[in-house]
Ligand binder design. Sequence first.
Ligand code: M6R
Length: 378
Amino acid sequence: EKQGFKHYMLKEIYEQPGVVRTCLEDYLRADWDGDSPFSPVQLPLDPSLLENLQHIQIVACGTSWHAGLVGKYLLEQVAQIPTSVQYASEFRYAPPPLLPNTLTIGVTQSGETADTLAALEMELKRRQGLEGALQPRLLGITNRPESSLGHLVPHIIDTRAGIEIGVAATKTFVAQLMAFYLLTLELAWQRQSCDRPRLAELVTGLRQLPAQMEQILESQERYIEALSHDFAETQDFIFLGRGINFPIALEGALKLKEISYIHAEGYPAGEMKHGPIALLDAKVPVVTIAMPGSVFEKVLSNAQEARARDARLIGVTPLDEAEAQHTFDNLLPVPEVDELLSPILTVMPLQLLAYHIAARRGLDVDQPRNLAKSVTVE
Ligand code: M6R
């Protein structure tokens, strides 16, 4: 069943390029180019679900909440729709005031998370029976359309990731990100919030992702496995990112915590100097996501500030060794890519790092202590 892989988690990390490929085949029109008079996206959604939206609210937990944060960035920056992301466990006890023309999106890989289901149920109830623009519009993003979520919510994007066995979510996360890319492109198309050449650039970039993901797996796994030996005694890690890669810093930290039991924190790199930098010394590795784009120079200077405190800096970046020598001690190279699409690539070295550190420590990677694949209790 593990097809030669030592753990399901590693197998599922390797399945990611295939999952992205399937998503693209199923939901992106192969016959679309920049001049086509139709949308590049073909999601099986009732058009009324997305009409005249003024606001989107996303509810989720854990890794799915991180996918929601990337979704917010895309929906706001590309589709120009104000979007909020809430922990389902908080939303259900402090729901925000009702706004008109709102789409509520529940994101969950298991489709069974109690808090997420309860938050969605509550949203459905409090909007049912209300007039016009306040009526419920609910969408689920999941790889388990047959789950409780599928029964509760009338519209589902099946992320095509299939069943995931490792408790640490990997391929389901990448598939949730794909759902947000596709939804954003569809909304951007409908609302004309993004010009044609830019839309075409994003579509082309999406189509290139599976090969770039394969390249990361081929070129990096051995190196990351060897690097993980250096962290046999490490007790704390910091992950930094900015912009669309800030949620990936959070996700890298969560993966490491879950399976290696090492204390790890993710921060937006610009926040370091407001407190967390006090934690740094030679014993705390700092993994920094530095991708060319709107915040590239800023992240590099944040990384240099951390390095000046003797921290070991590990860069997830396309910079080569010569370019990176003043900033990073180790490189986890990823291909240069459109900044907006980069989370799909930058998360992979972080998954591999967490995996190899935990495997090296001899831990039960697929069944970490205290955790379950579906969190069906509050
Ligand atoms: O099934 P869900 O996506 O709703 O699960 C939410 C979290 O419990 C889940 O993402 C958890 O954080 C994972 N173990 C992360 O790897």
